[in-house]
Design a protein around this ligand. Sequence first.
Ligand code: AMP
Ligand code: ZN
Length: 398
Amino acid sequence: MPETLEITPALPIPEHLCGEVQSKLAYVDESILTARVAPGGERITLQLSQPADGDVRARLEEKVQRVVTTMVKGAIRPKVQVLEDHLERPVPYHKDPNDELFACRELSQEATGIFTLGPLLTRLVAFFEDRFLELADSFQAEPYRFPILIPARYLERVNYFRAFPHSLSFVTHLREDLDAIDHFAAHAACDQHGALNMPLDAFSKIETLLSPAVCYHLYFALADRPLPGGQVTATAVGSCFRYEAINLTSLERLWNFTMREVIFVGAKDFVLEKREVARQRMQSVFEQIGLAYRVESANDPFFIGEFRKQVAFQSAFQLKFEIRARLPFKESTLAVGSYNYHQDFFGRHLNITLPDGAPAHTGCVAFGLERIAYAFLCQYGLEPANWPAAVRQGFSYE
Ligand code: AMP
Ligand code: ZN
């Protein structure tokens, strides 16, 4: 029987931070099954997997208050800037498509945050991929293929450990040791939760992670030298990994998802202009597709300690805009893509230089492929006959 713990936040949580605080509560303790911040920010409700005595409750409450205080104290409400608003675009479907997707085996779940997509979703993803590839072509972006693995020292070099420690996914292998390998072969088994029964010392030290983003690989490939021709435009699709704990629900939030990016590296004006042109081009693509969405300023999901400072910075310099599609069944929105400008952050940290010796600026346009297909189905349903003509025609069923 799950146990409930109600906590009054040490500081009232302003409305604009309720969602952010709630998503971070997922990382407070392994015993938390669900975490909810009341919309007014005056109460936090946790459901726990097991009964908790007074000491356990006190420890949990202390950790929760630490999250609240660190994220809320001195936080300034960032001004949300809306670049496009097509949220009211009429869409015919208002149900939750998840049950139907599972029922017709379009969606199956292997484990938390790990999903298999069936033919309809796969073809829909391919349709959107074609649109994103057309965008990349319109910039004559050079194609790249990046690995799924990324060295720990790369992420260290761009401060990733400090900014996003909670969402990292680590990779290891058995140590090169005949005894350890023989032991593993003879005894490896999963417990009832799916966890391997092997001690950690059977495994090598962690030098590698699963990649959390696509564009980083390009910046590392360009590191420590002058930028060829003074500017680079590239595109790539890749699997990305972000561990989001109990927030990993349905196609909305995955541990393993796929991103298509168009990436710009060069002088400041070049990057900012391309990011804006990309937004304008996608505006007419989304119009043809009939997507109800809004483009508004946003921030990355920095972890608690870095959150306040980084969000203020991103907001002040208008570094991130998200394409937020409407999910009619829950009257909320979901980010299906983002327009990003990193200033010269990667240029400085990775020593990518412009012809005048200054660090290069970078920006990327990133689309979540599972997310866009999901958001589209939330707005138009699973029956292609009800879809806009542009999608029906570009879809390989017909
Ligand atoms: P970001 O680099 O965080 O702006 O991510 C780019 C896009 O990737 C987002 O707009 C989403 O569409 C998608 N994305 C990010 N995280 C996830 C996730 N956990 N599950 C599914 N899609 C995601
Ligand atoms: Zn990127």
